[in-house]
Design a protein around this ligand. Sequence first.
Ligand SMILES: N[C@@H](CCC(=O)N[C@@H](CS)C(=O)NCC(=O)O)C(=O)O
Length: 203
Amino acid sequence: MMTLYDYMVSGNGYKVRLVLAHLGLTYKLVECDILKGETRTPEFLARNPNGRIPTLQLEDGTFLFESDAIIWYLADGTPLVSKDRLARAQTLQWMFFEQYSHEPNIAVARFWKHYLPKLSPLQEMRLPEIMKSGYSALDVMEKHLAVTPFFVAGKYGLADIALYAYTHVADEGGFDLAAYPKINAWLERVASQPGHVPIDYKN
Ligand SMILES: N[C@@H](CCC(=O)N[C@@H](CS)C(=O)NCC(=O)O)C(=O)O
């Protein structure tokens, strides 16, 4: 059986749990408290040298890390990933966008504001820029969703899952989604997919 090392409020971890739920795959869940440094112990670093969840141990013992790589591994060959060459590249396009322009701003603002007791002076200084960049990412999404119901080829798939994870909790980072009607409608469409589970879902 696969083992998922995860932290329940993590959006990156949620992507993996959501894909596992959609695919009906069973797995063992090992919760790691990132606030207590449980992903930075020698034991954990032997699983993922980058010291982060989500990390998935496959049935043959191999450890796989980086949420978007894990969900690609799990879902490739299923209806969540297109067989079409261009649609596959477009899925990666939105997943790289998520990891470079979206998650580093929206997830980081959420973590700092919602989960840390107090911001450091450096974090206070960086916050306005992070908020601005987070809103820019939301603007890009809103524009794209004005012409399509889902991110790639008009069909629910991994790009939606990757972007849903932190967009649906962006308010916890202080992002106001009221001015984003297309994003709000898309959030509802994603949440109404068969097999959808909430962020704190445990197998
Ligand atoms: N790019 C990585 C980011 C993973 C990540 O940032 N994980 C955070 C929780 S969301 C973590 O484990 N932090 C603990 C630490 O850095 O010690 C992914 O998509 O999986």
